[in-house]
Design a protein around this ligand. Sequence first.
Ligand code: AMP
Ligand code: GLY
Length: 427
Amino acid sequence: MNILIIGSGGREHALAWKLKQSPRAERIFVAPGNAGTAIDAENVPISEMDFPALIQFAKQNEVGLTVVGPEIPLVAGIVNAFEKEKLRIFGPNKAAAQLEGSKVFCKEILRKGNVPTGNHRVFYDGESAMAYLKEYGDRPLVVKADGLAAGKGVVVCNNRDEAKDAVLRMTRDREFGDAANRVIIEERLRGQEASVLALTDGRTIVTLQPAQDHKAAYDGDQGPNTGGMGAYSPAGLVDDGKLHWIEEHVFVPTVHSLNRNATPFKGVLYAGLMMTPQGPKVLEYNARFGDPECQPLLMRLQTDLLDLLELTIEGRLEQIDLLKWDPRPAVCVVMASEGYPGKYRKEDAIYGLDEAANLEDVKVFHAGTKLDADGVVRVNGGRVLGVTALGDSISEAKRAAYNAVEKIHWNGSWFRTDISDKAKVKN
Ligand code: AMP
Ligand code: GLY
């Protein structure tokens, strides 16, 4: 079967690499892809938002399955567009993708399903939000723009002044445009965060192993928020007991709530959870695989991913056996370009990729890279590579990942040095 993957990040490289291992996979295309997918698959120069061109490509190249990586095309309805043309595609349709596309929608689904999440209020204008802040007191809280804001629409505030500032930036200065037409003010939860993903066809739920992301830019969780500077799996803070609890009290009621709302969800549910002293609570849902969580997860997954994705879209997920996992942990270290998550350097040539690739149990997933006409791999994004390694323990996997990282460099490359150290902290 020919497969088309949509997107250009580390997640999409990992999806291409993993799907290629399926005995039923034939050609694998990635649109638009990066230098890594150009090597492990075939790149197609079509933007992830050009639905007519993607559909035409899928038809002309006998694509049997399209897999959508990022949220923007999902929220814009790429699944509806493909399904209208009777093309098979993995991911939620436009209505169900609102779970990620609108935080207000997500909170409503959680409320109807009685799924644990932070207490919150929704505001439609700046004045009422400001009035609420006055009566709320000086307790820490979080201000969120309703819509997609490239990961920047959440402001975690220590006090009322910071919260006021966030509300004004959203409602008066319109920093996030229409994404902040509605604003959520939410209690600030404390604890460690975990990412738990589950495949669902709308009935059956198959929960993946837990992972943990590192969203802050610098060591010790300091600095600005990023798309994720590294991840590892399994995440010990979610042991088997907690994972079952999350399946029962988070995923099952979420899937039911989505069904009752007439927005059934098919695809991968990504729960961003805070492990609070009162138990896990949902911070957010994403409607897709996490990046970089996908990289260590797929390094460990031994079940055929093509089978899993097909059974999901066909509504036959109950036929899947228990998932098989490499028992060894995997650690993914993101190497970033100078300036990221602000304005970053581009075009520098990347050295040492072959040396790193030759290491055992290491895979260098590309994210912001491109292959130039001379075959040189150059920087083309803020998060450039996701260097991922397996090891007999978390610390062995960490050592192996950083050993590979040390082989790679370019002008301005940098990375966090403490990815997976949180595994040592008991929750
Ligand atoms: P979200 O896009 O909703 O996941 O928010 C991005 C990040 O903001 C999360 O990964 C958390 O670190 C933080 N966050 C969101 N909601 C809360 C909350 N209620 N309490 C504390 N931190 C939060
Ligand atoms: N790693 C965070 C995300 O994929 O949204």
